[in-house]
Design a protein around this ligand. Sequence first.
Ligand SMILES: [Mn+2]
Length: 430
Amino acid sequence: MNFRFLHCADIHLGKGAHINSERYADYFRSFAAMVDYAIEQKVDAVLIVGDFFDEQEPSAETILRAMQGLRPLRENAISVYAIEGNHDKKKRSEPSCALDILAAEGYLHLLRPEIKDQQISLLEYKPGSGGALISPVEGLSIAGLGFIGHNPEVFLEQAVQQLPEGNRAIVMYHTMVVQSESRLEYGYCLYDDIKELQKHVGYLALGHRHTRLGVNGEFDGWIFNPGSLEYVNPLDYRLPSELRGFFDVIVSDDSFNATHIESLKRPAVTVAVDISNCRTPQALQDAVLFEVDAAVSTPLIDQSAIIIVRLKGSFGIARHNIPRVQIISELKERFKAIHADLIDEDLLRDGTEEHVLIDPDALGELGDKARSLMVEIMQGQGIAVGEEQDFSDSLLDWKDRLASSAATPNDELLEEMRQALTQFTQREAK
Ligand SMILES: [Mn+2]
């Protein structure tokens, strides 16, 4: 067999728009650099394992630039296979999402399974009519599962049973695999629950976790996660750059040989500043600027790096007296930072955690938690038995839709909502 592909995930196109146009462009630039690599190396395919877009409803500009980014692959006949992630998946109340636009224009093949009554079906993929299973070359299958929040391990097992026998298989799945139950969160798989599937899956291509997994043979060497291409969340910046990138994978008759390639990204520095002895706002500001000056070299200044300051120690002044705005504008001015931020370490639950409530970018994760909580409440109350997940997704989609519609939703919208939600209440009455 002769097949070579790139495996990437969590591109988050559209991110950074609220910071400035340059930061917004960074995400496209990082993707473009990977596309250049794909063409130079003449790979056969690129796999995008979820969260290509940062939002469910990317702006028209973001969709346009995504198309520009994908076009060279199309021109070079490099196939692109994509699945939805939690950030860019189709809303339940709508028939299609932004990825469907790209698929309809021939930029990528969107693999999407059918899920009905808690049963997943992998239909054979046909351009124009969808499906989740494709064989790009004889003897090899690619299955795309997307993001399934609730009990992802159950759906993975169901999907694996539908893989064609005799073929080697790549399964694309937007989920995180963890070793211990204490790390388990909504949308994650516990390794013990899926390790038997190794017999049937040659390469489990993951997305969702923004740092790489699989370069050290973790999880018996068949599970790979490339990490995001760019830094996505504020706490990402402090981690080494090489943890994020994409895999270059050569499939041979008896193995998947994956090499992790670090992606191009905006340089970032995180500077920890102990402010225990600062008694005045001015002293605090001086301490921050002094430490940053020591940590940031001229090349970093020339590249307009991202500068994150983490305040440590017990404060000599009240938190609300910290001159945040002033410090951030000083950092931008003096060190030409494209983006600067102050993180108050004492407010972080745990310095090593990836999800922090004060992080505005973690709102997506918070949405996931809301879903999971809603499911638990429904299960406890016997509401929509067996369809708790679907009902919860549906309710949250409607909440979003109503929030973005006019103050008083029109009759048409209300009727649509009635139809979408009635199925769940009827089930309960049975
Ligand atoms: Mn994700």
